[in-house]
Design a binder for this molecule. Sequence first.
Ligand SMILES: NC(=O)C1=CN([C@@H]2O[C@H](COP(=O)(O)OP(=O)(O)OC[C@H]3O[C@@H](n4cnc5c(N)ncnc54)[C@H](OP(=O)(O)O)[C@@H]3O)[C@@H](O)[C@H]2O)C=CC1
Ligand SMILES: O=C(O)CCC(=O)C(=O)O
Length: 417
Amino acid sequence: MVIEMVNPYDVAVHQFDEAAERLGLSQAMRAILRKPKRELIVNFPVRMDNGDVEMFTGYRVQHNINRGPAKGGIRYSPAVSLDEVRALAMWMTWKCAVVDIPFGGAKGGVICDPHLMSSAELERMTRRYTTEISLLIGPDSDIPAPDMNTNPQIMGWIMDTYSMHRGYSVPAVTTGKPLAIGGSEGRLEATARGVQVVTREAIRDKGWQPENCSVVVQGFGNVGGIAARLLHEMGCKVVGISDISGGLYNPNGIDVPAAMRHSRRNGSLKGYAEADAVSNTELLELPCDILIPAALENQLTERNAPRIKARLIVEAANGPTTNEADAILNDMGVTLIPDILANAGGVTVSYFEWVQDLQRFFWAEDEINNRLEMIMKRSYKAVKTKADEQEVNMRMGAYLLAVARVAEATEIRGVYP
Ligand SMILES: NC(=O)C1=CN([C@@H]2O[C@H](COP(=O)(O)OP(=O)(O)OC[C@H]3O[C@@H](n4cnc5c(N)ncnc54)[C@H](OP(=O)(O)O)[C@@H]3O)[C@@H](O)[C@H]2O)C=CC1
Ligand SMILES: O=C(O)CCC(=O)C(=O)O
């Protein structure tokens, strides 16, 4: 895996600045949209299984709430930082605007290594973190969801802790919950399903056939693992996959369901015999038609971008491409579907979950998947049309759409003198 010391918030602000310049936004509007609205830093104690007390640091950042309540996931990782959370919150604002759902952007994170914690420790940490950020979160104000290393169980603990403080159940305070407590059908697969839809649209625009496309996916978690499976089911040849333990390559195609079974049995992809081991760095440079980074930020950099073989990149992760790599890939003629469009399927079904929870009225999986598909296709088309009209790439097309929507809402509300 390529670890670059690039600050994700600098990447996010640079992307915004370029769009603001093209849109001719006023200096006042640029100043408002560049900065997060609210940032909460919490330091809190957790009793570990051995009886010791450890201090943890967590964040919740709301970037913008002019189009609706703040919305965005919570990440558990040793690499979490305030600037990372700021960047992820800003990307959430644009993402919700690209798919035109009535949310602003937020993100949260706790500096911890969940792989080294027991389930009981994770639960105690989650409940204490929830109490600390209860100043901000709520079904009308700020609604967390899963991100890296968080899952439906953790969303359930957050919902339960928040509800304990209120004295009644508040299912709409989180999304991505288990079905039994107000979760939505389809949320678990939604981000990957959105990735599948935009990949399929891009394949069609290029005049390719799925059966002739080879795909490499970095990351084998909620997004990467399910995206690999769905693209495999769509007929693509998935030739490369990876998780934190490293990558696997088989030019003849990997049996993704078999690799998933191996990963579930063994806790990682390591040792899967039907493919050759490659490093995460090598994985990104493998020969393929489509590359799907679905793990971390800053994976495609000025160092490896010139060696990327894929002709289509679909950013399932948030912020996988640095600004320098973006320019290089653009000059190389690579089509890149940006994160704020490509991975918006998750928050779209989170929106459906929130609506269902508020109404106490639940929809069937087919209805959810059909509505998701409709929104992802519509958003892909809007971004492509904007990009073609303005003769810019898909990232700029998505930013032009999103930033204009947020700026319009900000202007109409008159939140500055
Ligand atoms: N979950 C969601 O709904 C959404 C997620 N995203 C974004 O998608 C990306 C992935 O999130 P998600 O799938 O939910 O997270 P998960 O925690 O489910 O999976 C992350 C995957 O990335 C791998 N990974 C983590 N760190 C490294 C590393 N240093 N080197 C190589 N691989 C690594 C993990 O490996 P291992 O399993 O071995 O730990 C795992 O396979 C993130 O950028 C997230 O922000 C975007 C929109 C929505
Ligand atoms: O489902 C959500 O609310 C947000 C998911 C998320 O964190 C993201 O899209 O990056």
